[in-house]
Ligand binder design. Structure first.
Ligand code: HAM
Length: 424
């Protein structure tokens, strides 16, 4: 086959035979969100670039190397969203929702774009389920969002996912930590990559998640933020650990988790699976109390997490968490020849109005070919419309699974189909 072009690298088609998995996951995530009393928020696929530059951070890999940024016809710098937190916060601020009862709890199901090197579990267009909570500074909220993520894995019954937590402190503890990092990394200034040399001046913490092998190696022995936490941050971190134990959520403390986005402070966490290769982080998030002030003159605290749906689905496939897809359509109305097509069309339309999945021939096929097609698409029942059926109003309805044939009044067909136990 000749095709003028394939889909761009790092994007994928989700084919009709696979969409049931996505629908299942999305339905489940919406249900869990409702159980936790989160409401859906939707925001644009693209924003003014300055939103991400400011929120995600000029020094991050996401902004520096991975963002799809272009000038629109009005000469404005626009970027496709690399994540949802910045847009969600922008929307809460722009629409004045911070004046509502607090906390505000929202969730989103979105596609995101990052120009990364594609590999298993890493794409240039990918999908996230995310939640954000606004207007609470209490550590119980941090624990609540972790327990939300945990409940997703528990509901699905996924195994082998570990939770790693860290605290990256507040502005105060971070000032001392930055100084310590600067002193440490300056010793390696002849070995760091050019981007990290720049980060050394502007934001040394970003060196900790550089993907260059040499920088990664150097970062291993860098000072740890947990040694620089102020009293409050330390107390919050300890409380979070206690609450997690109370909720029976297992975790390990990983002082090297700094997250790849600039807005975080306080508790951060990642859920990691060893089952899906190098890109094992299924979900990640944390607190970002300073973000609203970066974007506006309003101060409202925030926290949340996002989960990569491709990674979640990959994991579910590996652990056989999908049941077989629904079969459809329920019934195929075949016509003996094109004389009966109109009758078949009418009957099909009537059944559909009764909420029954029905199909008839729209390809001008012979009866034999129609039967073959009905079989291929997995129709559960087939009815053939000919002279006798039109005249008597009675037809044989064939169960395609058992081969059983029953006579039925065509005007009662929908009653039979809605009562049948075989119905999907
Ligand atoms: P993030 O860690 O950049 O955080 O992304 C969250 C999740 O999205 C990752 O754990 C991963 O599962 C998935 N993901 C990221 N990049 C890719 C990719 N290139 N291909 C496939 N999956 C990917 C955020 O985006 C934050 N906004 C999360 C957050 C919400 N923090 C607070 N609220």
């Amino acid at each position: 086959m000749k095709l003028i072009t394939n889909a761009p690298r790092g994007t994928s088609d989700i084919l009709p035979s696979e969409t049931y998995k996505w629908q299942y996951v999305e339905k489940l995530l919406r249900k869990i969100s409702t159980n936790f009393n989160f409401k859906e928020i939707r925001f644009p696929t693209f924003e003014h670039s300055e939103l991400f530059n400011r929120a995600v951070g000029d020094e991050t890999d996401v902004v520096q190397k991975e963002m799809y940024t272009f000038f629109d016809k009005g000469d404005r710098s626009i970027s496709l969203r690399p994540e949802g937190t910045a847009s969600s916060m922008r929307s809460i601020l722009q629409n004045g929702l911070y004046g509502n009862a607090l906390p505000i709890k929202v969730y989103y199901l979105i596609n995101c774009f990052r120009y990364e090197k594609p590999q298993a579990g890493r794409f240039r267009e990918f999908h996230q389920f995310g939640i954000e909570v606004y207007g609470t500074e209490k550590i119980t909220a941090d624990v609540e969002i972790i327990s939300f993520a945990q409940s997703i894995f528990d509901t699905i019954g996924l195994e082998g996912i570990t939770l790693e937590i860290n605290s990256i402190g507040c502005k105060e503890c971070r000032a001392d930590y930055h100084k310590a990092l600067k002193i440490y990394f300056e010793k390696y200034s002849d070995k760091l990559c050019n981007t990290c040399l720049d980060r050394l001046v502007k934001n040394p913490m970003r060196i900790l998640d550089c993907k260059c092998p040499t920088c990664k190696e150097i970062a291993i022995s860098a000072p740890k933020i947990t040694d620089y936490l102020c009293e409050n941050c330390n107390a919050d971190f300890e409380k979070a650990k206690e609450y997690l134990k109370t909720l029976n959520i297992k975790f390990t403390v990983n002082p090297s988790i700094v997250r790849g986005l600039d807005y975080y402070n306080g508790l951060v966490f990642e859920f990691i699976s060893s089952d899906i290769g190098a890109q094992g982080t299924v979900a990640g998030g944390g607190r970002y109390n300073g973000l609203s002030k970066e974007l506006s003159d309003i101060e409202i605290s925030g926290l949340g997490f996002a989960m990569g749906l491709e990674r979640l689905i990959l994991l579910m496939e590996k652990q056989n968490k999908f049941t077989t897809p629904d079969k459809s359509p329920t019934i195929f109305i075949a016509s003996l020849n094109d004389k009966y097509l109109e009758y078949a069309l009418l009957l099909t339309s009537k059944l559909r109005k009764c909420n029954i999945s029905a199909e008839c021939d729209i390809n001008d096929r012979t009866l034999k070919a129609q039967m073959k097609y009905a079989n291929k698409i997995g129709a559960e029942y087939v009815v053939v419309i000919g002279d006798n059926e039109v005249e008597s109003g009675i037809a044989d309805i064939k169960n395609m699974n058992t081969g059983e044939v029953k006579k039925f009044k065509l005007e009662n067909l929908e009653v039979f189909l809605s009562n049948t136990t075989l119905k999907i």
